[in-house]
Ligand binder design. Structure first.
Ligand SMILES: Nc1ncnc2c1ncn2[C@@H]1O[C@H](COP(=O)(O)OP(=O)(O)OP(=O)(O)O)[C@@H](O)[C@H]1O
Ligand SMILES: O=P(O)(O)OC[C@H]1O[C@](O)(CO)[C@@H](O)[C@@H]1O
Ligand SMILES: [Mg+2]
Length: 804
């Protein structure tokens, strides 16, 4: 297999005719390639002189008084001889790193959504190249002329991509960057001049939709385009577009190869339709769904309020998910689980008829997990035997598994490498796939389900409550209640449980907060259990963060001790995104979206003031994910501070001297700080909330005060504005992306309980939904890895140096 790899060997730089430039996307694994791809040619490696690109990405030693500090440090190209040893990799991606393409191991080709290559549904590894900066680069930045072109229809985010390409090219040291106007047409239409691009030009273009460069369809032939590229001396072409644009890009690439031109053609797939193969999603898709949802909401409101009651009733059913509407068509054929959505009563009796006799099981979802401890897979003891393959229709086969980690790091020093042993051996760790099972454990008519929401607020709580209730009703459950104000509702006699039904929850997702209320602290686990027994609860859905999940696990264990037939299922809720093993928790995306608005206000304030400095504090007591992502999303942050990365305020490498430099050079600056950061500078409060969480000092206020003091002290004018949007970012309604996440989490929580799992929580992992044993995800808070690509991307975006 290695013979196929586009290796950059010590002392070698790959030649244009035989390398990644030929095959920007290669697949490896088990000798199998994805259909429709041409066989991979064995690359011919030509000897050229060695070029090592030395970049300091995390620990640059910077002299801020030098106006050229950026070009001298993190962006400098300091070529050296020879290939760097593993120890020398700092923030670079090792060329041999690979990402697994498919992460689900289907146990049967008839399991819901199974994508099998052969009828036996054999597990086939298919690897793709990991993206990111390489230590050895192929082009000399000063020789590069880069062009960007946007083709096809418009798409939200085009300007964001243009902007970041330009900024990143500048960081590499590229000076000649141009935009080709109006798509491929700009290559031939003499009336359209190419547009010089620089950081200054693109600084704020992401604040508007459309494309700075304009778009078009149609245009010149490939050979005309390449003639024009040769004439212009273009050596890098970035092509933003959909499938047509990419077909064009590939033809241009092939033509360049034919003409033996040393040109890199790189596409960035753009389409709101999300119809590009192999990717989780294309940019613009999320925004399009968000906007579409607004249109649906308007349609819903129009129908309900203006049209006849009959129409209104219909749109009540269809609101949230328009596909439900199509399923109501009497001619629409549904099978298996899908039919359950439509044929409510029939389906529940069908489900009952296939009841299994398996016991409610403890959390035991992780298999073969070297670092996570071994655990058993779930075994099912069905009364009437295992259904044959032909019988699966829309159900998840119990033996389906999802791979936890998808990157094969070739070296422990590759950027963000998470290796289990020093050799970075590839270890398969499998988790259970979430979803409806054909055999269920509970008889719906015997179930009493309760939902409780604990901890702080989080956008999407109502969406999850709503979906749990709707899904329970689909199963045929009649007794559904909400426990008011968190665990406290189990003991406080003044708080009556709230009966829940589809009618009650129908529109609750249109507001933030929790219909049930939240609280911290509360009764002991045994009090909770006594109350659950008294109420006859057989399913408990627990929405909360790490504390809540610790509680849920204790409840599950106590149920086991008391030999109660109860399913305890968690749904992780936290805007902080600090739960282990998941791609993200619900509410996080919305919090980032809202935080970005606060950052934009801070930017405008700072930008409009003479020597303005905006400081924004964001939530995240034990991790800096919100601050990092909001900084990245906004593109307006100069300094992002998180608790995972230490910093100094004072001194030559401190934040204050960098702020002075920014005011001198840019005229303004914006700082984003996570609430958990810089606690060492603050006096300990020595207090905890009702749940025992330590109360933090206010780092935002501290930075504001220190900044004012510093500039006053040196007699340098500075206008400091402080924005604290912390509660605003978590009290709002979930955005579309969180709305979808919440809906699927809610459905899967119910499927998990009905399948007979307990002590589990539902999560999204590598874009698929899985069940985790609770203890595995709350062993410690998930934090930002300062060696991760995401943090490095944030640094690339802010341009900030190290502050120690
Ligand atoms: N170790 C534990 N065992 C049992 N219950 C716990 C434990 N830790 C916390 N709880 C309970 O869980 C509930 C919520 O905990 P907490 O206030 O820490 O919020 P959280 O779930 O971590 O959410 P957030 O992300 O908002 O902090 C509280 O009622 C608390 O009493
Ligand atoms: O004010 P409250 O409810 O204690 O919540 C604050 C905490 O809740 C969170 O939003 C979620 O854990 C933290 O980021 C924050 O520190
Ligand atoms: Mg917590």
């Amino acid at each position: 297999m290695d013979a196929l790899l586009p290796m950059i060997k010590p002392g070698l730089v790959h030649s244009p005719s035989s390398t990644l430039l030929d095959h920007p996307l290669l697949f490896f694994g088990s000798g199998r390639m994805v259909k429709n791809l041409n066989p991979i040619r064995i690359p011919k490696i030509t000897k050229v002189k060695a070029e090592a690109h030395k970049q300091v990405s995390t620990a640059p030693s910077i002299d801020f008084s030098d106006p050229d500090w950026k070009s001298k440090t993190s962006v400098s190209l300091d070529f050296a001889e020879g290939y760097p040893s593993d120890e020398e990799w700092h923030g670079y991606i090792n060329n041999n790193d690979r990402v697994l393409l498919k992460v689900i191991r289907y146990s049967s080709s008839t399991s819901a959504g199974a994508e099998c290559i052969d009828p036996g549904c054999t597990w086939v590894e298919q690897w793709v190249h990991r993206a990111g900066p390489r230590e050895k680069i192929y082009f000399k930045p000063e020789e590069v002329k880069a062009a960007i072109v946007t083709c096809g229809g418009l798409c939200p985010g085009l300007n964001d991509v243009i902007r970041q390409i330009v900024i990143t090219l500048e960081i590499y040291g590229v000076k000649k960057i141009v935009g080709i106007p109006f798509g491929y047409r700009g290559f031939s239409d003499k009336s359209l001049a190419e547009m010089p691009l620089s950081r200054k030009v693109v600084q704020n273009i992401h604040l508007s939709g459309g494309s700075l460069l304009g778009v078009s369809r149609g245009g010149p032939s490939v050979s005309e385009i390449v003639d024009s590229m040769e004439e212009r001396g273009i050596t890098m072409l970035f092509v933003l577009g959909g499938n047509g644009t990419h077909a064009g890009a590939n033809a241009i690439h092939e033509e360049c190869n034919k003409r033996r031109l040393k040109v890199a053609i790189v596409g960035v797939p753009k389409t709101i339709d999300n119809d590009i193969l192999l990717m989780d999603k294309t940019f613009g898709f999320d925004t399009a769904v968000e906007e579409a949802q607004r249109a649906i909401n308007s349609a819903y409101i129009e129908d309900v309020l203006i049209n006849s009651p009959g129409v209104g009733e219909n749109s009540t059913l269809s609101s949230g998910y328009i596909t439900v509407d199509s399923r109501q068509s009497p001619n629409h054929k549904l099978s298996g689980w899908a039919s359950v959505f439509r044929l409510n009563t029939v389906s529940s009796s069908k489900i009952v008829s296939i009841l299994s006799v398996c016991a409610v099981r403890g959390g035991s979802g992780l298999e073969g997990a070297k670092e996570l401890g071994s655990s058993t897979s779930v075994s099912l003891d069905f009364a009437e035997g295992y259904p044959s393959d032909e019988e699966w229709h829309g159900y998840i086969n119990n033996n389906d598994r999802l791979l936890l980690k998808v990157i094969r790091y070739s070296s422990s020093t590759s950027a963000g490498a998470e290796c289990i042993d020093p050799d970075c051996t590839w270890v398969e760790q499998w988790v259970h796939r979430a979803g409806p099972r054909e055999k269920i454990y509970f008889k719906p008519e015997e179930v009493k389900a309760a939902i409780v929401t604990c901890g702080g607020l989080c956008p999407g709580l109502n969406d999850v409550i709503r979906q749990i209730v709707i899904t329970l009703e689909i199963y045929g459950v009649k007794k559904i209640v909400g426990i008011p104000f968190g665990y406290r509702g189990f003991s406080d006699k003044s708080l009556a449980e709230m009966p829940l039904s589809r009618k009650v929850v129908q529109n609750i997702h249109l507001s933030g907060g929790s219909l049930l209320g939240v609280s911290r602290g509360g009764p002991s686990v045994s009090e909770i259990l006594d109350s659950m027994e008294e109420r006859g609860i057989t399913m408990l859905f627990v929405l909360g963060g790490n504390g809540t999940h610790a509680g849920a696990n204790a409840i599950h264990e106590e149920c086991n001790k008391r030999r109660l037939k109860v399913a305890v299922v968690g749904v992780p809720k936290t805007i902080d995104n600090d739960i282990l093993l998941m791609d993200k928790t619900f509410g996080f995306d919305t919090a980032v979206e809202e935080a970005q608005r606060a950052i934009n206000s801070a930017y405008i304030e700072a930008h409009s003031a003479y020597h303005g400095i905006g400081v924004v504090k964001l939530m995240g007591r034990s991790s800096g994910f919100i601050a990092m992502q909001a900084s990245l999303a906004s593109g307006q942050i100069d300094i992002c501070l998180i608790l995972e990365v230490p910093f100094n305020l004072h001194g030559p490498h401190g934040i204050l001297s960098h702020l002075k430099y920014l005011l001198e050079t840019k005229g303004s600056a914006v700082v984003c700080v996570a609430e958990g950061a810089g606690q060492v500078f603050l006096e300990k409060i020595n207090a905890a909330d009702a749940s025992g969480n330590i109360i933090l000092g206010d780092i935002g206020v501290h930075i504001q005060q220190e900044t004012k003091k510093y500039f006053k002290g040196i007699g340098f004018p500075a206008d400091v504005k402080y924005i604290d949007p912390t509660y605003m970012i978590r009290a709002c309604r979930a955005n579309a992306s969180d709305g979808i996440l919440c809906t699927v989490l809610g459905q899967n929580a119910v499927h998990g309980a009905f399948a007979g799992y307990s002590g589990i929580t539902v999560g999204i992992c590598n874009t698929h939904f899985v069940y985790f044993p609770i203890p595995e995800v709350i062993a410690q808070p998930k934090v930002v890895d300062p060696n991760s690509r995401m943090w490095h991307r944030c640094l690339t975006s802010t341009g900030q140096p190290d502050f120690v």
